[in-house]
Design a protein around this ligand. Structure first.
Ligand code: AKG
Ligand code: MN
Length: 358
């Protein structure tokens, strides 16, 4: 990109971010990669259980796998189950979410209990007051990411959900990463005006493991850039059920989500949930989503997108750097809502923890 195109403080990535962030008039999407289109720039591959590892590929001179995009591999009815987990189960304690500090729920009630009746009842346009579920912005799992210090702490962790760990194990294995371990998860909850700022995920102490990303609900434009923000990013469409694997050289690339959009055929899941039991493996880790639960999820997803990223934090045999235990404890508590910061301010400036790009 020519230097003259760079306004002050405007790098190549931010220029593209702003282009796609714009709603009036909306950006022309003809340059955005659509993996379902079968266009010639893209090579497609089936998700294979015995895929080659980067290490093995390197031994025979094949380029490493790098960035992988898997077009929705979920069986009918299964995206619904993951969506239900993201809305009903994962926001529960001991997991951590952006509403922890500000939530004064009656004892025994959680976000779902609090919101489901309201959500089911009315269309978003007719609801003046947002439900708590609609105010949910992020949930952290496993080693809880600290948004203030941008670190993980040995002391601040809870058990990683077994079902999501197993999904992650299967996907990473199928992509040739047998050593992946789900140790931390960040779930991002987006609405139609949300965006995720330009960032690199480098807080994990092991960058040798891939980062797995699962998307559900409305579609989004995902920008994948380079090792510096001076590299103009490639825009691509991400739809419900799609999985991205950032591995190898792509693990530390700049990326962002400038727009959530209603894309024809992209984000809306079919209403039918009744998966015949014969289609359900005998050992299914998560139960089907009940019709009543799906009504709530569906109302939520009409104008929302959910993304789960799963990360390995520690290298094989690795450990957290030795820090003074008090410092660690204090830092772990800070940034997770144990201090009295105003939620509105926090939400406005830090909707997803990554700073907002305008
Ligand atoms: O929502 C997405 O697709 C990206 C999420 C992401 O980059 C993150 O959580 O670090
Ligand atoms: Mn990221």
């Amino acid at each position: 990109m020519s230097a003259s195109a760079l306004e002050q403080g405007e790098d190549a990535f931010r220029k593209i971010f702003r282009l796609y962030r714009k709603k009036n008039p909306p950006a022309d999407l003809s340059g955005v990669l659509e993996f379902r289109s079968g266009e010639s720039r893209l090579r497609s591959a089936e998700l294979r259980v015995n895929a080659v590892s980067d290490q093995d590929a390197g031994r025979v001179g094949l380029q490493p796998l790098g960035f992988l995009f898997i077009v929705n591999p979920f069986l009918p009815g299964w995206q619904h189950r993951w969506v239900r987990q993201c809305l009903k189960l994962y926001p529960r304690k001991p997991n951590v979410c952006n509403l922890d500090l500000h939530m004064s729920l009656e004892s025994g009630r959680d976000l779902w209990d609090h919101s489901h009746a309201q959500l089911r009842k009315k269309s978003p346009r007719r609801r003046s007051e947002k439900t708590l579920l609609e105010k949910l912005r992020w949930v952290t799992l496993g080693f809880h990411y600290n948004w203030d210090t941008k670190k993980y702490y040995r002391e601040h962790q809870s058990p990683f959900p077994v079902d999501l760990a197993e999904l992650s194990r299967c996907v990473s294995l199928a992509c040739g990463f047998p050593n992946f371990r789900a140790e931390a998860g960040i779930l991002n909850y987006y609405h139609m005006d949300s965006s995720l700022g330009i960032h690199v995920d480098e807080s994990e102490l092991d960058h040798g493991s891939p980062l797995l990303s699962f998307s559900f609900g409305q579609s989004s434009i995902f920008l994948l850039g380079g090792l510096s923000r001076d590299v103009a990013p490639t825009p691509m469409l991400m739809h419900s059920g799609d999985i991205m694997v950032m591995s190898g050289a792509s693990r530390l690339l700049y990326h962002a989500v400038p727009r959530i959009l209603h894309y024809p055929g992209g984000g809306v899941l079919p209403p039918c949930l009744s998966v015949p039991p014969s289609n359900d493996g005998p050992n299914a880790l998560i139960e089907p989503c009940a019709a009543a639960d799906w009504e709530v999820c569906q109302a939520y997803l009409q104008s929302s997108r959910i993304n789960m990223t799963v990360r390995r934090v520690l290298a094989e045999g690795g450990s957290f750097p030795e820090e003074d235990a008090d410092t660690q404890h204090e830092a772990a508590m800070r940034g997770h809502g144990y201090h009295t910061e105003n939620n509105e301010t926090q939400e406005a400036t830090q909707a997803h923890g990554y700073h907002r790009e305008q």
